[in-house]
Design a protein around this ligand. Structure first.
Ligand SMILES: *Cc1c(COP(=O)(O)O)cnc(C)c1O
Length: 355
C-alpha cells in the first residue's frame, strides 16, 4: 500500500497499546506499534517506509557503533484540547537543526520530504497513541547513523534514518540542584557541542554521575577554555532572570541551539521583556544571587520544557535561589507554551503542525 506521501506503509498485525498504563508513562520506556525508516546509499535516501516497530540486524563492524557518526532529534506531538487534531510542535525547526548536526559529523543532507513526510505518515498511522492526559504527549525520536560495515575511520557511505515514538507523561523535574562544573567539559568551541550527536552525551555521563553522588541532579557546564562562562545545564539550555532581564548564553559552536530556547526568547520579546543573549559569566550569576537581583534560573528543553533551578553550587558553596511563584516569568512562560502546544490559544508563530 502506498499513500499520498509515496511512503510504503505496512501495518502491524498486533498492538501493544492495551498493555500500556497511560497514567504512568515513564519517559522513553514505551514505543508505539510502528516506526519510519529510510535507507541512504548511492548518494540518496531511498525506500521510505512505515513498518511495525522491530529490531534491526546490523554488522558488528557498523561504523556508528565504533566512531559515533550518529545524530538525533527530539520533539513532541500533543492532543488538541478543543478538537480532534494532533498538534506537532515545531517539527520544521528540528528538521533544520538535524541538518546542522548532520553536516558537522559529515553525514548526508536530509531533504525536507524525507523527514517531514515520514513524520506525517508515522504520526498518522500511530495517531491514537498521542496521550490525552494533562501534560502528556507523544515524543518523536528521529535519528540517523552510519551503516558501513567497515572499521576504517572515514565518513560512511550508507546510513539509516529512523523515527520512532514514545508516549510520555507530564515531566516533573522536582527540586533541581545543579553544580557549576569547573573540571570536566561537555564540549569545546570548534568541537561538536552544537550538534545533537552521540559523543556529546557520552562525554557528559561521568561528570553527571559524580555530581549526582554529591546530591546535584545536573551539571551547569562552563566554557572549556577558562571555565568562566556558563554554557548549558544538563542536556538543556539555561536562562536567568536578573533585574527583570532575560539573560541566556549566546550561541556558539559548543552550545546546542535549543528550539525551546528560541521559542521562549521569541515570546519574551513579544511580551516586551528585555532579552540578552551574551556571554554569561559565573561571577555575574553568583554576584546576582548574593545581591538578590537574580530572580530566576531555569533549564529549557523539549523533555521538561522549563525546569526551575533551586540550588546552584559553586566552589563548595550552595546558593539557594528564590522559589518560583504564580507570577514568575518561568511560570507564565510554561503556561504560554502549554497553551500553544495544546491548541488552547492561537499560534501566532506558525509553530504547530496539525494532523
Ligand atoms: C536537545 C538539547 C537541548 C534542548 O533543545 P530543545 O530543542 O529545546 O529540546 C539543549 N541542550 C542540549 C545539549 C541538548 O541535547
Amino acid at each position: 500500500m502506498t499513500d499520498t506521501f509515496q511512503i510504503k506503509i505496512e501495518r502491524s498485525k498486533t498492538t501493544s497499546k492495551p498493555n500500556i498504563d497511560f497514567e504512568n508513562l515513564d519517559f522513553g520506556k514505551f514505543h508505539t506499534d510502528h516506526m519510519y525508516i529510510a535507507d541512504y546509499n548511492n548518494g540518496d535516501w531511498h525506500d521510505r517506509r512505515v513498518i511495525p516497530f522491530q529490531n534491526l540486524s546490523i554488522s558488528p563492524a557498523t561504523a556508528a557503533l565504533h566512531y559515533g557518526q550518529t545524530v538525533f532529534e527530539g520533539f513532541k506531538a500533543y492532543k488538541a484540547k478543543k478538537s480532534d487534531d494532533i498538534l506537532i510542535f515545531r517539527p520544521e525547526a528540528h528538521w533544520e537543526r538535524m541538518n546542522a548536526s548532520l553536516e558537522r559529523v559529515c553525514m548526508p543532507y536530509m531533504p525536507r520530504d524525507v523527514f517531514m513526510d515520514g513524520l506525517m505518515a508515522l504520526a498518522t498511522v500511530d495517531r491514537d497513541w498521542v496521550p490525552t492526559q494533562e501534560g502528556a504527549s507523544l515524543y518523536f525520536r528521529p535519528f540517523a547513523f552510519a551503516m558501513d560495515a567497515f572499521i576504517r575511520v572515514k565518513p560512511s557511505e550508507n546510513y539509516y534514518f529512523i523515527i520512532f515514538c514514545s508516549p510520555v507523561g507530564a515531566y516533573f523535574s522536582g527540586q533541581l540542584n545543579v553544580k557549576i562544573e569547573t573540571k570536566y567539559v561537555r564540549s569545546a568551541e570548534g568541537g561538536i557541542g552544537f550538534s545533537k550527536t552521540g559523543g556529546n552525551y557520552a562525554a557528559s555521563l561521568l561528570p553527571a554521575k559524580e555530581a549526582q553522588k554529591d546530591g546535584y541532579q545536573q551539571i551547569m557546564w562552563t566554557d572549556a577554555k577558562e571555565h568562566k562562562y556558563i554554557e548549558e545545564t544538563g542536556a538543556s539550555n539555561v536562562m536567568f532572570v536578573i533585574d527583570n532581564v532575560l539573560i541566556t548564553p549566546e550561541l556558539t559552536t559548543s552550545i546546542l541551539k535549543g528550539v525551546t530556547r528560541d521559542s521562549i526568547i521569541t515570546i519574551a520579546k513579544d511580551w516586551g521583556m528585555k532579552v540578552e543573549e551574551k556571554k554569561v559569566s559565573v561571577q555575574e550569576v553568583i554576584e546576582s544571587i548574593k545581591n538578590k537581583t537574580l530572580q530566576e534560573a531555569f533549564g529549557t528543553g523539549t523533555a521538561a520544557v522549563i525546569s526551575p533551578i533551586n540550588v546552584i553550587n559553586f566552589e563548595e558553596i550552595d546558593y539557594q535561589l528564590p522559589s518560583p511563584t504564580a507570577t514568575s516569568f518561568s511560570t507564565k512562560m510554561t503556561k504560554a507554551l502549554h497553551d500553544i502546544k495544546y491548541g488552547l490559544v492561537d499560534d501566532p508563530y506558525g509553530w504547530v503542525v496539525k494532523i
